[in-house]
Each structure stands twice: as structure tokens, then as C-alpha cells.
Design a protein around this ligand. Sequence first.
Ligand code: AVJ
Length: 321
Amino acid sequence: MLPACISPELQYAISCEVRNGLFCEGQKTLSPWLFYDEEGSALFERITELPEYYPTRTERALFERHGAAIIATAAGKQRLSVLELGAGTATKTGILLEDVVRRQGSVRYIPVDVSASALDEARISLERRLPGVHVHPMVRNYVLDPLDRPMVDGRLLALYIGSSVGNFSPEEARAILRNLASILRPGDALLLGTDMIKDEETLLAAYNDAAGVTAEFNRNVLRRLNREMGADFDLAAFRHIATWNPHESRIEMHLQALRRQAIHFPSLGTIECEAGETLHTENSYKFTTQSLRDLFADTGFRAEKQWRDDRNWFSVTLARL
Ligand code: AVJ
């Protein structure tokens, strides 16, 4: 493996996460944005194609069926530019951008993501497939570095889809939407995609796939810390766990130490993990009609129109200030 080539800013952000999350008393945690290095982004793409992982295909079907209506509602009689938080490879977004191009001939698209490799893929594939789409990627952690309003004419449509908001606690989600609200102007819109609470078996299967891709995705964060911080995690000494926490309405992913072990970080020191102790690597919050309503109400948005599949598994809401 080649030595990591990452910016000093990224190196510093990763180091802060490790210091705060692993060199602490109590539950050890790592933030989910750490999953998305080049390998992690590729593993996530594989997750979206798994039979058990219903969110991506359910949301895609909503875009295929209602994309024209979603874009017509967002645009009114104005021209649209599109900003996307956590765009990744923007595979589903292409469906909506195609609807925008059909209406207005071309569109300025600003995808924001922590993964430069995912954004490269987004730009290359979108510009090849949809010549009217002009892509201006921004490599950025939208939580650590709040957004500025991009230079656009006409209305801005902010996409926050794929239930990415589910990675954040109710308080953090509110902070993110308030920050987004601060860069929107009257007439602009937010399209929020949220995974809904459903039977536990379906939820658990989506994060415990039979092929073990989610387990690899989860463990990849350790490989990243080995590569980018020179840590010495033994990946085989941790197992993937996903559980449903009904009190918090969230799936939790953890990495559980199979034996007592010490992990060394050359720049930070050594941590100890007891046998059975877990590193909490992700929360994926699931929503109800009411919790979604509260989220909008608390952040100054008003839901204008909502699209759901017939099982009510996923919902896409267009909201304005
Ligand atoms: C990208 C945050 C929406 O929570 O379902 C998929 C990430 N983690 N499988 C999700 C994920 C494990 C995903 N989000």
C-alpha cells in the first residue's frame, strides 16, 4: 500500500476525531464521515446494490416516478441551480438533474462531499451522460466547515437525500438544517430524503447483509486509521455489529473487540480495548411522519410536498423557508 496522500487539514480533522473519540473515558466512538475514503466510498456503492439495502433503490424509484413533479415544484417558473450535501458519486441525483436539463437546457450542479474520489466519479460520469450538467465539486466536510452560498442565478435547490441526515443526532441534524437555511433565500428549496421506521427485521437486514459488505465497510475505518495515522489495528480482531435502538429510533453500528488488545497511534499514544468492548462507528436514525414534521418546524422549514413509496419505507420532502 502506498503512503497516504491527504491534505494537512484532513489529517488534522482525522486526528481530532481519534483524540476525541478513542482517547476518552467511556464509550469509544468514531464519526461516520471517516468511512468515506476511496475504498470506503467504493464499499458504500456496493452496499447500495445489495438486496437487503432497500433505501437507495426505494428512493431511486421515487425519483424515477416523481422526478419531473419534484423539479417542477422546486422551480416554479424560475431557473434552478442544484447544491447537494453528501453527494457521493451522485448516481441517483442524475435522475433529478436530467429532469432539470429537460426543463431549462442546462444546470449548474454543486456537489459537496468529504470524498474527493467519489466527487471525481460524479463529475466524470454526469458530464459524460448529461452534457447540459455543469459540475462544480466541493470537497468539504459540511459539518466541520459550514457552507457558504454558492454563486448562482435563479433559485437554489438544496438536495440532502439518501437519508444522509440520519447519520446525525436530532440536535446535530437541526444545526445542519439551520446552517443550510442560513444560505437559502426566499423561493429556494430543500429536498430532504429520509428513511422511515419499519419492521425491525427489515432494518437489521439492511445493515447486516449476508455477503458481509457492510461488515467490510465498517472495518474499513480501521484500515483507514492504520494507513493515514500509522495505527496498528488488527482488523481480524474486531467484528461488525448492527443493532436497532428503539429508544433513539436508530440503527447503531459498532466494531466489537474479540479480545483484549492495545492499539498504538504514533502521534497520540496507546489505547486499550477490553474483550467485548465496542467502538461505536455509526448511527442511522429512522424517521416518523411526526419526527420529520418536528425537524422542519424546529429549523424554520415548511414542508410543501412529500412523496413516499406505497410501503412508506422512504420519504422525499420538498420544503421551503
Ligand atoms: C449514507 C448514512 C444513509 O445510514 O444507511 C449504509 C450509510 N451505513 N450501511 C445509512 C450506511 C451502513 C447510510 N447513509
